[in-house]
Design a protein around this ligand. Sequence first.
Ligand code: SF4
Length: 367
Amino acid sequence: MKISRRQFLFTAAASLGAAGIAAAAGKNDVDKLHEARYYKKLPQRKIECELCPRRCVIDDMERGYCGVRENHGGVYYSLVYGQVCSANIDPIEKKPLFHFLPGAKAFSIATVGCNVMCKFCQNWEISQANVDQVKSMELLPAQTAAIAKDRRCEVIAYTYTEPVVFTEYMYDCAVEGRKAGVRSVMISNGYINAQPMKDLCNVLDAVKIDLKAFNERFYRELVAGELKPVLDTLVLLKKQKMWTEIVYLVIPGQNDDPGELREMCTWIKNDLGPETPVHFSRFHPQYRLTNIPATPLEVLRKARRIGLECGLYYVYTGNVPGDEGESTYCPNCGAVVIKRFGFSVLSRALKDGRCVACGRAIAGVWS
Ligand code: SF4
């Protein structure tokens, strides 16, 4: 979800062109860096990063594809541990998570960096920036948790860019958050290897995955990634019993084929379960896809209909304030159990996680 300028607490924009391409951190700076997890040492001071499916092999004094992890003499470091380039307080509905503590405030933080390169990225100024060209402020995990608590945020959200690439920081913030009674949610592309994801499941409370298409061509050409590892992550999250919601940005002519949407929704129903919420979100032209128009409302509504026809219980339309697809309906009696407008919760007819009208359990984390 794009960062709102009005709710902005801190966003350091890339000072593009000001600094040029900076060299790797100097020897004296290494003491300040945080050693990365998930890598193995190779001969000649090379390393292989085992955090995401790219498995970058990195020479001494070089960085991986994501640009925020650097090899110094065969030891791999995170360049963004505790280096927050954006921090805001958002409603949890903006993530969007609709079945997780409705109305909660999420202290939302990001560092620079991403492990894919979506041509339609909403936050490309920080996700695709060079870490040396963005101003960040140091916020160590205990401080992050303390700010969230102080601002009465029930949740810390790792978001805006790709939290996979700052996994060490996310993990430690979540640990500190738990100590302070603040929960943690990861807003991610799901492009992560199994072991780091399993470890994160020990400290996270919910995950939102952007499923960007249901074919490898789209992932190759528009994302510079792969679909299969993302599906594997979704299945892993299911096995780990992690509360998970899916967002699918519908881009006209690129990933809106009804047959493919049907195939995807059927896969979600069979492999993840019909209780998995799916949000079909409206695309707006941006970054490198300015030649494609915004998603017509009818296309979005059709995607939602397809999801419901395939047997999914909770299918939403996103980025269309006022649409009936923003609210949650009881799959048994059809009553509105949570009425929303945009990111606001207008009313609830949910008691102890059950529909007030008929008593059916509504899947989610409600307290
Ligand atoms: S996390 Fe970064 S360095 Fe590691 S494999 Fe992925 S893109 Fe490469």
